[in-house]
Design a binder for this molecule. Sequence first.
Ligand SMILES: Cc1ncc(COP(=O)(O)O)c(C=O)c1O
Length: 436
Amino acid sequence: MSRFITDPRFDGIKPFEKKIWLSSPTMHGDEQHWVDNAIETNWVSTVGANINEVEKQVASYIGVRYAVALSCGTAALHLATKLAGEKLYGQARPNRGTLQGHRVFCSDMTFDASINPVAYEDGEAIFIDTEPDTWNMSPEALEKAFALYPDVRLIIAAHLYGTPGKMEEIKRIADAHGALIVEDAAESLGAKYKLNGTWVETGTLGNYNCISFNGNKIITGSAGGMFLTDSEEDANKVRKWSTQSREAAPWYQHEEIGYNYRMSNIIAGVIRGQLPYLNGHIAQKKAIYERYKAGFADLPVQMNPFDPEKSQPNFWLSCMIIDADAMAPMVRGDQDYLYTTEPGKSSPHEILDALAAFNAEGRPIWKPMHMQPIYRTHAFITTEGNGRGRTNAYISGSGADVGADIFRRGLCLPSDNKMTPEQQDIIIDIIHRCFR
Ligand SMILES: Cc1ncc(COP(=O)(O)O)c(C=O)c1O
């Protein structure tokens, strides 16, 4: 990595004294107040005023009737998926998941926390390829998937990097097939989407909706997540499951499997302090995205795309994708990579290494789930149908795989909202020099 420091292409650039992070927590002071308040009032537990308050505030911001505060977004996704499974296929025995023997259509290019709950519930994830317009689930591939697996009744759709997916189309397809949607809005809190002519928040677009307050998200509690719904019954069920599924009895009585998934009142204090700053963080992230976009205007790269007519992203992470003909050779193994440099070209790993050499953090795009060793045997559906086994040793050409292509050519840029414009200009300069 130190070779970048001595590489003449980078002459005059000095490493940042303090690391520029991909996306780190931004505290404002109010967080300390509410954490102290929890301790002073001795509500150091999974009950307390901070929890009640953040549930109320988030439900009101998003425009849902109920928000259930949980330990993390993954817990929210698990209980949302379990709820969907129970609704579709009935209550499962204690040692079985609600999705046993059933397939679920899942976003492919996402964090595995989106879709692991299918496995927690003993179901089988079928991965749906990505579309190039928003980098989310392709409605066209989803249609193909229903043609191949008409019995499927559940879809898990994520909004990547804060950009809403094509939910109008996805909802229309789901309705046509009587399928339910689990919406993973972990990365997109505060992003807006125009649904049938009306602007709504992500987190309202599925039958079961989830958000995250993980340390790198647009606002954070250090951890935490929420299940969002208009259904009182669903909210009550998730609250019950998340607190070990106690029945109404004087002792610990259980008729259902329970989980210890409730949010802590201390964590809720951090979130309570962060909530007033959500819109401010979005504005900062948007400015970062726009500064990159302008800074890269003369490079053979594009920013992560969105349709301004249909969506207002929260710009959680700024990403870029290198034009196909400006990609320098790069190969990836399962755990390592190799690349060469060529004038006028670069590659995600060259850029990520250059950024790291100068003390800035980027990240590869989420590696699509169909490429993950753990899910190698699961079906993958593209706009052309079955996406597995599409190449032929004897006939040239290969099947479409949009996710694999974005993963190969794309990367996440330092998107920390504490990064100054001057620091961002240096990052833009470093990336320019990668193409020399
Ligand atoms: C798309 C996506 N889904 C789910 C999660 C899981 O959220 P958490 O880390 O709060 O469990 C994350 C982030 O961590 C995410 O980015």
